[in-house]
Design a protein around this ligand. Sequence first.
Ligand code: PPS
Length: 307
Amino acid sequence: MLRQDVPGGGSTEGARQRPKLVPLRGVPMPDIFLENWEAVQNFRAVPQDIVIATYPKAGTTWVQEIVDFILQDGDAEKCRRAPLQTRIPFLEFSCGSDFTAGTELLEQMSSPRVIKTHLPFQLLPTTFLEQRCKIIYCARNAKDNLVSYYHFDKMNKIQPEPGTWHEYFQKFLQGNVSYGLWHDHVLGWWAQKDLYPILYIFYEDIKEDPKREIRKMMTFLGRDLPESVLDAIARHTSFQAMRCNPMSNYMSVPPDVFDQTVSTFMRKGEVGDWKNHFTVAQDQAFEIDYERRMKGSDLRFRTELQQ
Ligand code: PPS
């Protein structure tokens, strides 16, 4: 297996020790990611770089695939050239010496590079802002985001042990998960969206009308594709299509990293799955906390879509 064919490469042997969370300027981060932090901080962007930024589990993979399709003029064969994690490296990813760090993969790439990050705005290397790189930020409603993150942390061995659903629910509300509080993340990026070339989009909007949102991304990226190509991109990037596509479903990642027998990466892809997880008491606690943390902001989310 090629080193680059798994997130950053890697071996398939041995039991993996889950990382611990360590604060980085107040934001909890997996300790293994911090081993390469100097290279992340010193990363040199160029104006043609395109950044896809998200809180984890907010629709990153979906937007990555859409952006690659736009840049490849809707050519499905070209988008199958490599797994997504190789086509669009994960900036701050680092996982020991047998894995290729995100910064290393990016150094080997030619322009235009597309870069994935989960960093909150205040931790994004300023080079991206200085170079006025285009940034697409995708946000997802907190309830579904939490549910998706819980299932992911169960299967992803390079995340801390999530514990029970009840324990994870508390951790999420306390911001005691990788990348910290969801609320700080979405608000932090929202506050900057008019100061830099940032397109702020929502998972629920893509779900509601994929073609409309694909067109929005295309226009933001300065491309112009015919309607028939937009239709094809919407088809190729549907949940069903991406779930069956080995270049986008992360099945190329060895099971000691992503144990997809526990939960598949492409799990449900729905709006409103939180209703199958939240108890009434949890929902009440969540709403009280949400109101307090989001107070004063005009940022609005939808936790369900009209049928
Ligand atoms: S990661 O690990 O942070 O990059 O994960 P991320 O890609 O942000 O989020 C994964 C969730 O997005 C869902 N997903 C999709 N939903 C709808 N349509 C498409 N095409 C799609 N691709 C990925 C994926 O299923 C995860 O959500 P859940 O709710 O867990 O299913």
